[in-house]
Design a protein. Structure first.
Length: 353
């Protein structure tokens, strides 16, 4: 493979610190964001400030984790395809051994199928340690497909990828069944902090969330998604930590919940498809290694723990930016004023003015 001729220089800044708790990590960390949208830094920074003003900070709960790959096989008719699916299900113990032979960190943890006409889609779910797992899942799926075609009659090769995974596409199945890390982040912001730092009220944010994120997205035809801009924070975080940036497509599918609790603000972001890893392709660059080290994701831990830590930090970063933006949008003109002030200032600085 040819070495890259150049490294794209996306501006990067560390933001925070932000406070995180939950079932994966308890920490106060700064986070790196690589972006051309420079107002993102102070916006996420405002959310991070709020997390430091709240005793528990952002509580991040990792609900599930799995990487998926679907394969496609064809049969003469639907009945043959269905019987083949039942046979695959009956042989899962055998197929788990096939996967274990592909690598010591790859494990088959689930299987689902769908028959459409004479087409059989087989969706395999894997645990992949500290890697995001794209290549590991494909390698395992290739081995599984080979074994299935050798031992189950009546079916033939269709494709190593059947788009039922689903990779880098906005689909319902990922939100329902999960692909990557499923993380729920929550924060309870006292009314005084909402008023003094966000310059708004819990009621205003809760109402806007329903009208904009829920109703607006419904009218637009969004797929299992109701949020303002998860993709902004995810892209900045992914570029800074060596992730496959195209995975923000499914990663940014998620739901924001906001409630007025007697003036205090309950705010939550659920991200069911966070695809991140701390080893593998993209992690060998010096700046990525340094960023992962500063995030505490280069420690000697059990397999998978560094990637889980990275996932909850990413999810907490998303909450910070989402909270700050929704607060700004409750106030007429605030969002545009911030963009004009910050982006023109940066442009003037670059021109030497």
């Amino acid at each position: 493979m040819n070495e890259p001729q150049a490294i794209a220089g996306v501006p990067l800044r560390w933001v925070g610190p932000l406070r995180i708790g939950g079932n994966v990590a308890t920490a106060e960390v700064e986070v790196p964001l690589a972006t051309y949208e420079t107002p993102l830094w102070p916006s996420v920074g405002r959310g991070a400030k709020i997390s430091m003003l709240v005793e528990r900070g952002i509580v991040a709960t990792l609900v599930d984790e799995r990487m998926t790959r679907s394969v496609l096989v064809t049969a003469g008719d639907a009945q043959t395809a269905y019987l083949a699916a039942l046979e695959v299900d009956a042989r899962l113990d055998e197929l788990r051994e096939v996967v274990r032979a592909c690598g010591r960190f790859t494990e088959l943890i689930g299987f689902r199928h769908e028959v459409t006409g004479n087409l059989l889609f087989l969706r395999f779910e894997f645990s992949t340690g500290d890697a995001s797992g794209h290549n590991m899942a494909t390698l395992a799926a290739d081995a599984l497909l080979t074994r299935i075609l050798e031992t189950i009659p009546g079916i033939s090769y269709g494709s190593i990828s059947g788009n039922y995974c689903t990779d880098k596409k906005a689909t319902a199945i990922n939100g329902i069944l999960g692909r990557g890390k499923n993380v729920v982040t929550e924060i309870l912001v006292p009314r005084e902090v909402v008023r003094d730092v966000l310059h708004t009220s819990a009621r205003a944010i809760a109402e806007l969330n329903v009208r904009k994120n829920l109703i607006g997205t419904l009218l637009a035809g969004g797929i299992r998604s109701a949020n303002a801009h998860y993709a902004n924070m995810l892209l900045g975080f992914y570029l800074a930590t060596g992730q496959d940036a195209a995975n923000i497509i499914e990663g940014s599918q998620g739901v924001t919940v906001a409630e007025d609790r007697d003036g205090d603000l309950y705010f939550s972001c659920t991200l069911p498809n966070l695809i991140v890893g701390t080893v593998g392709n993209g992690k060998g660059l010096d700046f990525v290694e340094e960023n992962l080290r500063r995030l505490g994701c280069r420690e000697a831990r059990e397999p998978g723990e560094n990637a889980r830590r990275l996932a909850v930090v990413a999810a907490a970063t998303v909450l910070c930016g989402e909270l700050s933006l929704l607060a700004a949008q409750t106030n007429p003109g605030e969002l545009m004023r911030a963009h004009v002030q910050l982006e023109r200032k940066n442009a003037t600085t670059k021109l030497g003015g």
